[in-house]
Design a protein around this ligand. Structure first.
Ligand code: HEM
Ligand code: HEM
Length: 201
């Protein structure tokens, strides 16, 4: 039986990964907007002042952080799912569908250069980013258990946040790229990622 372009595990990986990355980004947006600790602290202080109650700002800041941490737990839950998924993707690199991206990305080194090999190089950069963000995230989560200092955790966090930017720029570019491909020479790429597509050439 002819094998499909995308195997079932590759398709499941792609859509689960897209979902989990989106959910993680939502936790980041919430942390930076409605659940920002200064904003929540300001709301608590405003409420207390209205009731004629005075409580030290440092105490209410702790309360603001507790409220935020309820939501931020999801960052860790989805984070561990993302870390599990990238391990799955590494295993998939040893399968026919999974290594397609490497074959196409480095086709410029061969006589059979693919037109859009640079898109595949970008995909490899994204996989590397997801790997780095997962490793730094898991290490930050366990930094106390590993006996590391807060400074080390801060260094990991700066790597984690810098890599996030690559993912943030990638997503809209990826979606625009898919829309262009669907409207030009590669129509059907999205349904291929859903139904597996035809036999790989
Ligand atoms: C798309 C993937 C991810 C993105 C975009 C992302 C984004 C971020 C951002 C922006 C921060 C800094 C928050 C701040 O202090 O302002 C952060 C912190 C953190 N992230 Fe992630 N993250 C991702 C994946 C993960 C994963 C896979 C884990 C692993 C469990 C993880 C664990 C952590 C931890 C432990 C912190 C430190 C939180 C703290 O000290 O309060 N993240 N992440
Ligand atoms: C609704 C949103 C999305 C759609 C419609 C979509 C669609 C697609 C399609 C059609 C492909 C196959 C492209 C090809 O044949 O060259 C693809 C590949 C890929 N997508 Fe997405 N995608 C979405 C979201 C995401 C997100 C959020 C990420 C990660 C942050 C992502 C990462 C990737 C990667 C890494 C590949 C390469 C797969 C491989 O060859 O290993 N996608 N996507």
């Amino acid at each position: 039986m002819a094998s499909k372009k995308w195997s079932v595990p590759m398709r499941v990986y792609h859509w689960l990964n897209s979902l989990v990355v989106t959910l993680i980004l939502i936790t980041v947006v919430l942390r930076k907007t409605v659940l920002d600790k200064y904003l929540v602290n300001g709301k608590i202080q405003g409420f207390l002042t209205g009731k004629g109650i005075e409580i030290d700002k440092d105490v209410t800041m702790k309360l603001a952080k507790i409220i935020r941490s309820e939501m931020w737990e999801w960052h860790y839950i989805f984070g561990f799912v993302l870390a599990f998924l990238i391990v799955l993707r590494i295993i998939l690199f040893f399968t026919k569908s999974g290594k397609l991206v490497i074959k196409d990305a480095f086709s410029f080194l061969t006589k059979n250069k693919k037109d859009n090999y640079w898109v595949k190089l970008l995909y490899l950069a994204v996989y590397l980013s997801i790997f780095i963000i997962s490793v730094s995230g898991v290490l930050m989560y366990f930094y106390k258990d590993l006996g590391w200092t807060h400074d080390t955790k801060e260094t990991l966090e700066s790597i984690h946040v810098a890599v996030m930017n690559i993912i943030i720029y990638f997503i809209p570019l990826h979606i625009i790229g898919i829309i262009l491909a669907e409207n030009e020479d590669e129509s059907g790429v999205t349904s291929d990622m859903i139904n597996g597509g035809g036999e790989d050439s």
